[in-house]
Design a protein around this ligand. Sequence first.
Ligand code: HXC
Length: 519
Amino acid sequence: MESTNQLKTLLDKRAEAKLGGGQKRIDTQHAKGKLTARERIELLLDENSFEEFDMFVTHRCTNFGLEDQKYLADGVVTGFGTIDARLVYVFSQDFTVFGGSLSETFAQKICKVMDMALKMGAPIIGINDSGGARIQEGVTSLAGYAEVFQRNIMASGVIPQISAVFGPCAGGAVYSPALTDFIMMTKKNSYMFVTGPKVVKTVTGEVVTDDELGGAMVHGTKSGVTHFIAEDEQEGLLLIRKLLSYLPQNNLEEPPLSVCLDPIDRFEDSLNTIIPENPNKPYDVKDVIHAIADDNEFFEVHRHYAPNIVVGYAKFNGQPVGIVANQPSYLAGVLDINASRKAARFVRFCDAFNIPIVTLVDVPGFLPGTTQEYGGIIIHGAKLLFAYGEATVPKVTIILRKAYGGAYDVMSSKHLRGDINYAWPNAEIAVMGPKGAIEILYQKEYMQIENLEERAQFIADKTEEYKQKFANPYNAASYGYIDDIIEPRNTRFRIIRALQSLATKKVVNPPKKHSNLPL
Ligand code: HXC
């Protein structure tokens, strides 16, 4: 009899915890088009795989009448489960309890799953939907945030950390997602800012909405804070599952191999003609990526930010790789501040997690101008240079067309320990393009030629001479800087063979406390 009562108490308490802040607040959450903390976990994880911790935790605050307002689980649902049968740890903030605000005990719950994720070497996924520090708690809430930040920092480069922002994320609360590897936002209801619109108006007089200040599109296109923008939460959670399929569980494991039914020696004839005859004409490098990857699949990261460089994941014969590719169809694929930062962060993530890097090069150089120089292109460009030079994972580089100037060096060149560097036959590898080169080398001479036809002929002859010498891959290949010149349609096969040969690569950087990446 007693045990029946005890069981009933347990079941009642569980039911109470599952209601969070109550049905009314759940209805409000749904009315906004948002899911609850638990519904999100259900969608994220494999069916019935979730094991919850700390459902019976309540806060310890007695300020402002809070001793009479307690909710089981205290506003955050935590635990572990699986995604595609692989272990992950999760926390999901519950907006129905004090607006998902972070208390001392709330933070302790998050810290517990973060500690376990690190101990077990499994990814941690945090779903954020919170009004920030629980105001009634004061400094213990701030302390809780910092405890979480410290764990984010310790876990960085050890286990993948993924943040979904499915509601407000304001004030210092933004720094936990910012310290993680990937941020996912949704087009509606999702916003992040250090100071909200009201403070902005008071301090600067600027009038701005939540969305204009920190919505998904702003962070996807302008700041680059978010890596993914989902239509809705369902899509966002599916994308997180997909992302994990490319990643190892931790930095000591290799990324997961899958069975590949796509023939490895599949010729892709379209690639032999994809490069326009006119070197100044664009093409979409994503067509190249799709053409060479397993099942033509490419999982793009940071799609909306700095589209002059494309980064993301693909598989080659079932092996996950990170792809970095200059995009000739946007700003001619030039390297600028944003592109350098975007690609550098991606390369460093791949290197930290043993994911080989395939680099597709078609770059006219660095973007000139005062905006770039004043913005620190020197330092930001150096980030990408540093990231490639520091990376010890297998690095395969294909020069598709242009590789000019410093950008040639930066884009995983042989000299930055590129392991296998190929070029397509139409590649142009030089200090600069023919037009700029002829102007610098011969301007004085050709300006002395008064007959315009003769001047044009002189320029044409010199341009041809320059092209013969440099606008091809053979000069670089004669130095061994290019390992082979390959038929474009056979690129998939050549990459797969290159990756196979590099599978046992071992390179160790000199011991140091840490590098001094140009920040
Ligand atoms: C305690 C909070 C809260 C908070 C919201 N609530 N934020 N309780 N601490 N920080 C409670 C509300 O009282 C309300 O309780 C419920 O959550 C829902 O809030 P609403 O305002 O009704 O919801 P909504 O209109 O959707 O607005 C959401 C919101 C707004 C935009 C998040 O609540 C808001 O502006 N909150 C304060 C945000 C903020 O300034 N936080 C501090 C940031 S500084 P009831 O009982 O009515 O359901 C910070 C420092 C961190 O976080 C530093 C780390 C280093």
